[in-house]
Each structure stands twice: as C-alpha cells, then as structure tokens.
Write a protein that binds this ligand. Sequence first.
Ligand SMILES: NC(=O)C1=CN([C@@H]2O[C@H](COP(=O)(O)OP(=O)(O)OC[C@H]3O[C@@H](n4cnc5c(N)ncnc54)[C@H](O)[C@@H]3O)[C@@H](O)[C@H]2O)C=CC1
Ligand SMILES: O=C(O)C(=O)Cc1ccc(O)cc1
Length: 363
Amino acid sequence: MDLRTVLVVGTGLIGTSAALALRKRGVRVLLADREQGAVRLARELGAGEEWSLDGQAVVERVDLAIIAVPPAYVASELLELQRLDAARFYTDVASVKAEPIHRAAQLGCDLTTYVASHPLAGREKSGPGAARDDLFLGRPWALCPTEEADPEAKTAVLRLIELCGANAVEVSASDHDRAVAVVSHAPHVAASAVAARLADATDVALGLAGQGVRDVTRIAGSDPGLWLGILSGNASPVAEVLEAVANDLADAASALRALAEGDGTATGEITQLLKRGVVGHDRIPGKHGGPASSYAVVQVVIGDRPGQLARLFQVCDEVGVNVEDVRLEHAPGLPLGIAELSVEPGAATSLTEALRERGWQVP
Ligand SMILES: NC(=O)C1=CN([C@@H]2O[C@H](COP(=O)(O)OP(=O)(O)OC[C@H]3O[C@@H](n4cnc5c(N)ncnc54)[C@H](O)[C@@H]3O)[C@@H](O)[C@H]2O)C=CC1
Ligand SMILES: O=C(O)C(=O)Cc1ccc(O)cc1
C-alpha cells in the first residue's frame, strides 16, 4: 500500500527523524506534540505541517499515525487517536512492546488497525533538534503484529519501515522485550553504572579519559526520564540480564582480589570472562544487519585544521574505496589526531599506498 499522508504524534528525536525520512520520500506529514515548541521546531526543520483539529473532529484522516511518545503514553494516545478516527492504521515506536500492547487491549483500543513497532536506532540526545532523516538507514526495525491485527495494518507498517530505509524484523512482543533487554536495555544500565563512577572521579582521572570510556558510556548521556519509562516497562527481562552481568562482575572482582593477594591461578577466571567478551562482541552483526564483518583499519595522521577530513575522504573517493566506518582519536595537547578508516580488507593496501603517495602520514 502507498502511504500518502502520515501523522506523527510526538515530534521528538524519533518522531521527527521518521517524519524527515518520510518527507524525503515525498510523503505528506502532519505533526503533533503536547509541547507546541516541539512541533514548531520539527516544522521549521522541514518535517511537515502542523496537525490541527476542527473543533473535536479531524480535518483529514491519514493513512498511518505514528505514536512516538514515551512508552507509558502510547496506549492512551492510541485510544484518543482512534476515538478521533485520525488514521486508517496505527503504529508506535516505543522501546518496549508487551506492556503498551497489553495496556491498549485493557483500554479497549481497536487492535485490528494497530501494529506495534520499534526502530533499533536512536541517539543519546532527545528532541526534534537531534533528529536526522538517515537515522534508520540500514537499521533493524521490529514489528510485533498481534493475532487481531489486520494484514493491511501490517503492510502499512512494513511500508513505513521501507520508506525510512530500515530492515523489518517481525517478532512477538514478548520475544522482542527479552531480546532488547540483552542488546539495549541492560547495556544501557551497565553504561550508566560505569559512567556513575566518573561522577566523583578526580580531575586527573578524567584528564586521562580515552576513547574506550567514551565508547562504553556514550548512551549513559541519555534522558533519565525516558529511560526510567523504558526500564520500568521491561523490568523483569532487564533484571534477569543485569543479574547475570552482576555475577560476572562480582566473579571478576573476587578473582582480582585473589590475584592481588598472590593467587596466580585467579588469572584463569579473568581470561575466561575476557574471552567470552570477545566472542559476544564478534557476534554483533555489522552494518546493514549482515553478519559481523571484520574490516581492515587504516590509520591516518590528520592535522587539527578545517577541511582535513574532507580531503582525506576525497582521496578515498579518487581511489574508489568505500569507507565503512570512521573514528577519530585526538592526541591530547597536540594539534593532530588519528583518523581510523574501516575499509574492506582487500582495499587497505591500495588506500595506504594512495594516501602515502599524496603525502599523508600512514603509520
Ligand atoms: N531515544 C532513542 O534513542 C529511541 C527511542 N525510542 C522510543 O521512541 C519514543 C520517543 O522517544 P524519543 O523520540 O527519544 O523522545 P523525545 O523526548 O525526543 O520525544 C518525545 C516527544 O513526545 C512528546 N510527548 C510526550 N507525551 C506525549 C503525549 N502524551 N502526547 C503527545 N506528545 C507527547 C514529548 O513532548 C516529546 O516531544 C519512546 O517511546 C522511546 O522509547 C525508540 C528507539 C530509539
Ligand atoms: O544511541 C544508540 O546507539 C542507541 O542504540 C539508542 C537506542 C535507544 C533506545 C532504543 O529503543 C533503541 C536505540
């Protein structure tokens, strides 16, 4: 089915990102939020037009309404939108699925026109100002149709996912919630626990912070209010994963205590955890949801001057090398840094040679 008009309720990070992606594909988008400022900013960013009611009636029934509000408000928003007959079909994007669906059933929502969904893409920033039209490109987007759902409602949500450039993954709500406890929600709490150690760390310690601690704690910078809602909505599955993580941490701490007291055999336990970590890390699928791939990394020294990265990418373009990922390491106190370019292993040598020929320092 074609989505000609879509209503986005909740013009924050996710709602506005979806709106921008849809606008880019020529879809007409209407915007609503309980905060007028959020609608205004989304509109100014080109995400669509303001949704308005004619008294208590909708002016125009849209093809699909996307409910992009915190998990606890999804069901009541769905009820209200269905009462207004605002759309033919409805979805939401909340990070938890079983509870909003259960609540919607309890409130008496029409489950035939509703298919819950969840894009596995986001950022540690909130609000329309953080939105990006390419946020969902190549990312998984779960959809959880219930038995009651009309097949056409599912088709509408699949079209939304396709228009946003994401990869649809159909899964039951309970399997979804157990899965995201492992890959998103428990990692978030673990990141917060590590970041919390930094709250009273010394300036010396913080001055020595490198990329590792930034990688591990990035998501800990997210909105605590939103995350309290996400974790509360998936409490048991998240608690189960955290208990397992806590056991591993407690075992590692005991082994290190034993090691500090001279028990050399304790290294075995620590090695086992580190090795299990490598196995788990390597199982994370690569870009576009494909199998985990190992790219070659080409390190290039770059000066801290405007335009350096653009010139570096220009060389990659000239020699036809696709940069799969890029990471910047800054050298503290020095006017230079290192750009780490991840490329297909077969392309690393030719890129290195091309860069050196053009005067770049490739250590
Ligand atoms: N932040 C992230 O990285 C991701 C978030 N999600 C889910 O997307 C949903 C939205 O999250 P974000 O966009 O990050 O949050 P956000 O805080 O950027 O935006 C939420 C917006 O919803 C509005 N809102 C709240 N209650 C409302 C109501 N009852 N009616 C109308 N508007 C209301 C707020 O004013 C705000 O503008 C949440 O359910 C979240 O679990 C899904 C994937 C990633
Ligand atoms: O910032 C990131 O990398 C994320 O992975 C964000 C995120 C947060 C919540 C979700 O439900 C899905 C994705």
